[in-house]
Write a protein that binds this ligand. Sequence first.
Ligand code: ADP
Length: 500
Amino acid sequence: MTGGSYVMALDQGTTSSRCILFDKEGFIVSMAQKEFNQYYPQPGWVEHNPREIWSSQLAVAIEAMANVGATADNIAAIGITNQRETTIVWDRETGEPIYNAIVWQCRRTADQIEELKKEGWDSLIKDRTGLVPDAYFSATKIRWILDNVDGAKVMAREGRLAFGNVDSWLIWNLTKGKIHVTDYTNASRTMLFDIHRCQWDEELLSLFKIPISMMPEVKPSSCIYGDSDPSVLGGPIMIGGAAGDQQAALFGQNCFEPGQVKNTYGTGGFLLMNTGSDAIRSEHGLVTTIAASLGPRPEYALEGSVFVAGASIQWLRDEMRMLKSSAASEEYADMVADTAGVYVVPAFTGMGAPYWDPYARGTIVGLSRGCRKEHFVRATLESICYQSADVIKAMEEDAACPLKELRVDGGASANNFLMQFQSDICGVTAYRPKCIETTALGAAYLAGIATGYWKDKEDVERNWQLGRKFEARMDEAKRAELLKGWHRAVRAAIAWSEDI
Ligand code: ADP
């Protein structure tokens, strides 16, 4: 093996830590994965143990190297991608976290957000950070830790505390406490970062009473942050990039041009549109966020999420017990020509963009005596596409440009029926790459380009290989009729929660 044969991607997700080694062609050479514990101390609260995050991540890195007999010399660079917004605060002197990681899903600070909205901070927060104020982002989680951990406020004032999202925490541990940094994309999810000036926003820091001394230095997503400590992986390795998971996927899908969109079909669905150097302020309930890019000048993206995507198929499988496996949904859907007029709106936790109704609940409309399981399964799969179509429409309106193409990835993108219906209902071509590990690949590209393993964007673009392309076959009138039915069904889901 010659020096620097692979790039290592550390993909620190919400339920597991993974490590993938990629070669120059973007092929997976080795992969290791380890789940870790989820803690639910109260209803609606979600925590991780930062020590477990680090130990599981380190274990899979070592395992992925051992699988192919690689040493530190064989790793050209480390790229990091991570669950976003999750908040860790630690003592700079000991390196010990002062509280568990508060996970992005955790709703414990919802009241703080209600207060902020009442006080009229929405508009300023949206102007500066591109975000709609929500407990999801890091700011109120940091505040909660400072307010609730004994002695934290004093330590913060003395400059002893460090805040980081998971990327910062991993880099801190990889460098044995030498480097406290984050990248633009992660910073843009804290609700404390001015995405236009690319700096921590002093006014927001003081609103949340967070001393700036806690904050990591912010750097571009593709840049050499420093070497890992030799004791960690058996020798120093350059850390060359970091990006939040969805931004890494956008980069891994090579959506480098404004107007390009990727949709990740996992538990939820995450749509991001590259908008280039324009930070577009959404008028349709999307958020504006920083995209992973190469230079020091930021590039932006519009983002919209579908709360329940693949999870609706899990629900059919686990709660409804209609399916033996998620993949079986495709066979059932293909057995019927349509849904027999049935629409399923899986608003289990409310409706996201562009409706933003936290009170809406799951609704099934259009049932008739002839409705069979096959129709029901098909309607549930179609709901994933309808929800994505609504977000895509919002993006097109905000960006004032029609969708060029849709690049797809994530576990449920393996479903051919789903991809064909997505293409039909949006009237766009969906491209599914051979490698759907686009999140890890994006992190590898960011790091590999920074360290010269790959030359530039064109160099990595050559690696993108089409797995399958789905072209729209539905005529305009049919599409309009189906969408009309879907929007009636959504209105029913919203009306159900209103009339109480
Ligand atoms: P995450 O990264 O969010 O955990 P994955 O990308 O691994 O999710 O995708 C898993 C989700 O996709 C699950 O909700 C599962 O039900 C769904 N899924 C996986 N395969 C299929 C399939 N062939 N058809 C439909 N849904 C699927």
